[in-house]
Ligand binder design. Structure first.
Ligand SMILES: C[C@@](CO)(OP(=O)(O)O)[C@H](O)COP(=O)(O)OP(=O)(O)OC[C@H]1O[C@@H](n2ccc(N)nc2=O)[C@H](O)[C@@H]1O
Ligand SMILES: Nc1ncnc2c1ncn2[C@@H]1O[C@H](COP(=O)(O)OP(=O)(O)O)[C@@H](O)[C@H]1O
Length: 301
């Protein structure tokens, strides 16, 4: 496995003109509060059980409509070519699905670390689908948008639906859940963890016994990717070790971000202030409703 440095989140700053163009559309991060790998499909994808909750740490996006049908990304994202960007791919997928002839200029302020298991790219894609469906007036409902979302990435549907969820399959079978909206300290170790390389690791546990939501609620918060990621990525192991002094330190998704929950914000902030040099971190609140929809609801009201 390679461990290149964590990609810096943004290359092109958002200008005052962008901000004047209107309120940003939010693309929140998610945490996987547990993650079990319970099987492997014939196409190589893994069957999971996981619990998604959003946090109030977000990328921000702006969209300007174009009459000529072109989709353009106006900012740079380090290491991501324009045609590979999930915002551009999401916009093209929506055009294809609806036959819409309008286009868009897209600006994205990346605040979420990439390859961290926070789902920033997936969330950017979902926000693009929801925003352009509204701005292009293409009128797709949540189920239709979720169908377009899944081929873009296993995590995109939960962001489109916008509710904290118990998830099965590859993350597309979602049941909304109401969880405590507790505080989290999230640490982003200085390494990029590739989802693909974790899932192709020979030592990954792939046959965990399935559990029920009730088991999670009574404390089963295992992440099956953790042993492999801890072994292969020493900075993640160090972050887990440091955080365990403060509580139940966990890995989100395939990592490399790690987190612990706190009963109150002050204690989380105090822990964050003491985090070792070179380990960037932030405090965020768990949310059962995506802030994308708080905004989207306001727009439609
Ligand atoms: C496992 C999770 C949990 O949230 O990890 P994170 O990426 O967030 O850490 C996600 O479902 C990831 O979703 P996402 O990041 O959208 O993954 P994708 O782009 O669909 O998949 C990247 C690659 O990982 C592998 N993959 C992904 C998901 C899955 N259930 N089984 C797999 O084997 C496949 O090789 C795939 O080509
Ligand atoms: N707009 C985008 N933001 C972040 N990553 C993107 C974007 N578009 C494409 N990607 C690709 O998706 C990969 C996964 O990004 P991300 O969703 O942030 O991490 P993770 O899946 O670990 O939570 C990135 O490494 C990058 O190559």
């Amino acid at each position: 496995m390679t461990t290149p440095s964590m990609t810096p989140p943004i290359a092109t700053p958002i200008t005052a003109a962008d901000r004047d163009a209107g309120a940003a559309w939010l693309a929140p991060a998610k945490l996987n509060l547990m993650l079990r790998v319970v099987g492997r499909r014939e196409d190589g994808y893994h069957e999971l059980q996981t619990v998604f909750q959003f946090i109030d740490r977000c990328d921000r996006l702006w969209f300007d409509l174009r009459e000529d049908g072109r989709i353009r990304r106006l900012n740079d994202v380090a290491g991501v070519a324009e045609h590979d960007d999930l915002t551009v791919r999401a916009a093209l997928a929506l055009q294809r699905a609806t036959g819409c002839t309008l286009g868009a200029d897209i600006r994205c302020e990346k605040n979420l670390p990439m390859g961290g298991g926070l789902g920033g790219g997936s969330s950017d894609a979902a926000t693009t689908l929801v925003a352009l469906n509204r701005l292009w007036n293409t009128g797709l409902d949540e189920d239709a948008l979720s169908e377009i979302a899944l081929p873009l990435g296993a995590d995109v549907p939960v962001f489109v639906r916008g509710r904290a969820a118990w998830a099965e399959g590859v993350g597309e079978r979602l049941v909304p859940v109401e969880l405590p909206q507790t505080w989290f300290l999230v640490l982003a170790p200085a390494c990029f963890v590739s989802t693909r390389s974790v899932f192709s690791h020979p030592q990954l546990t792939r046959n965990s016994d399935p559990i029920k939501l009730a088991d999670f609620l009574s404390g089963n918060i295992v992440n099956d990717c953790l042993p492999v990621v801890r072994r292969e990525y020493p900075p993640v192991a160090a972050a887990l070790e440091w955080l365990s002094a403060w509580g139940d330190s966990r890995l989100t998704g395939t990592g490399g971000c790690v987190f612990a929950s706190f009963d109150d914000r002050e204690r989380a902030v105090a822990a964050c202030r003491q985090s070792p040099a070179g380990m960037s971190g932030f405090v965020a609140q768990g949310l059962n409703r995506s802030p994308l929809f708080v905004r989207a609801d306001r727009e439609s009201g």
